[in-house]
Design a protein around this ligand. Structure first.
Ligand code: URA
Length: 423
């Protein structure tokens, strides 16, 4: 078999055989297929798609490229959540300890932010001393101690995806439903969780801009998980506006701690509780209700144990950016629109995100929202505070926010419901 034959087959609109997929993923991981050949194949897949059998074969081949983790030694079921990424999406932070406090184990491998969407590991690294890289034995110790662990995937997990994702990122081939579904699910299946809840975001701040595309991605991923023996469900949730009132690493940690203390913005609390209930149901655990675990302090206890077990100080003062700029409401009325992409881009330009994988992030940078979509505002009241380490960053962040918010006489009826549907 050779790479050109496989590329031609997909370029000409054919379906790849199981043997072709197995060969090309194995050879690419081992260095026998060049990056430029894999780029051509990824582009052919983006343009011509893959059928369900091809996507399943592609996913399984990526899983086989590395190790598969196993949690069968644990005495409780495991449950995990994956979000396709959004602006202000800090839900993993309160969710993992919350689900642990309610009786399931949460072994979560998370990622870093790239572009306008934030990454869970970057957020947690704003806590002094917290370590993202753990060995498998350390992961097990943290799970046994705290009930939940959130850390980086080791290099042995789906290495084919690691290589391919980096290539797609620089060749304009990220936005392919077959490639996104197989990339996410290969990692989640290899991670060894018994059940999985997918939070598939929809709107300007998400990969999927329409409910139809999000539905297709969610259905594909649910089928891949179910076929692999992982009890998988998906929620389609709104990302036309930011989630919560904080966007940026340390700002989102602070908001997550508010939720764990029984407060926090209503949308963050609602989504956290809903996803926790879905995870517990998928894992077959019927213990404490998540709302009770937020009220009685048990979720906060699990958070403190989880952070400490990974070297972090849960009482450490979080980093703050040196400079701030405020944006005020241009008129009185209802905040009709606050575009997720515009706010995400502004936070990124303020330093909360990175342009290249190897760039550092600013922990204190980001955007604080003083009003959320649907809130009544008065002319001149603070709408947004921008946080950055250097004043030079404000101009381009302000540019990103031009046209991103609108105050009007009534709420926008096109605004998506927080939870759009369940699959
Ligand atoms: N997240 C992933 O892990 N892979 C993709 O392809 C897109 C988002």
């Amino acid at each position: 078999m050779d790479a050109i034959e496989v590329i031609r087959a997909k370029r000409d609109g054919g379906a790849l055989s199981s043997a072709q997929i197995d060969w090309v993923i194995g050879a690419y991981t081992a260095g026998g297929v060049a990056d430029e050949q894999m780029s051509a194949l990824a582009m052919a897949i983006l343009l011509n798609g893959m059928d369900r059998r091809e996507i399943a074969d592609w996913t399984q081949a990526m899983i086989r490229s590395g190790e598969r983790m196993d949690w069968s030694m644990l005495d409780r079921p495991t449950a995990d959540k994956h979000s396709t990424g959004g602006v202000g999406d800090k839900i993993t932070l309160p969710l993992a300890p919350l689900v642990a406090a309610c009786g399931a184990y949460v072994p979560q491998l998370s990622g870093r932010g790239l572009g306008h969407t934030g990454g869970t590991l970057d957020k947690l690294e704003s806590i002094h001393g917290w370590r993202a890289s753990l060995s498998n034995d350390e992961m097990l110790d943290v799970i046994r101690d705290a009930g939940a662990v959130v850390c980086a995937a080791g290099s042995g997990l789906a290495p084919a995806d690691k290589k391919l994702y980096a290539l797609r990122d620089v060749t304009g081939t990220v936005e392919s439903i077959p490639l996104i579904a197989s990339s996410i699910m290969s990692k989640k299946i290899a991670e060894g969780t018994g059940s999985l809840v997918l939070d598939v975001k929809v709107g300007s701040g998400a990969f999927m801009k329409t409910v139809e595309d999000a539905h297709e991605l969610a259905t594909t991923m649910v089928e891949l998980g179910t076929d692999a023996g992982v009890n998988t469900v998906a929620l389609l949730t709104a990302m036309d506006r930011p989630l919560g009132r904080a966007v940026g690493n340390a700002l989102e940690v602070a908001e997550s701690v508010e939720v764990l203390a029984g407060g926090g913005p209503a949308d963050v609390v609602e989504l956290t509780v809903r996803l926790a209930r879905e995870m517990l149901a998928a894992a077959g655990v019927s213990g404490k209700d998540p709302e009770d675990a937020l009220k009685d302090g048990s979720a906060m206890d699990a958070w403190r144990r989880m952070i400490s077990a990974q070297g972090g100080d849960p009482d450490a003062v979080l980093p703050r950016a040196a400079e701030t700029v405020q944006i005020t409401a241009p008129s009185s009325g209802v905040l009709r629109r606050l575009d997720a992409y515009g706010v995400g881009l502004a936070a990124w330009r303020l330093g909360a995100g990175r342009a290249r994988k190897e760039d550092p992030v600013s922990f204190g940078a980001g955007v604080t929202l003083h009003a959320q979509v649907g809130d009544i505002v008065r002319e001149g009241q603070p709408l947004l505070t921008l946080h950055a380490d250097e004043t030079a960053r404000f101009d381009r962040a302000l540019e990103a926010l031009e046209g991103a918010y609108e105050v009007g006489l009534s709420a926008d009826s096109d605004s998506l419901p927080l939870v759009i549907k369940r699959i």
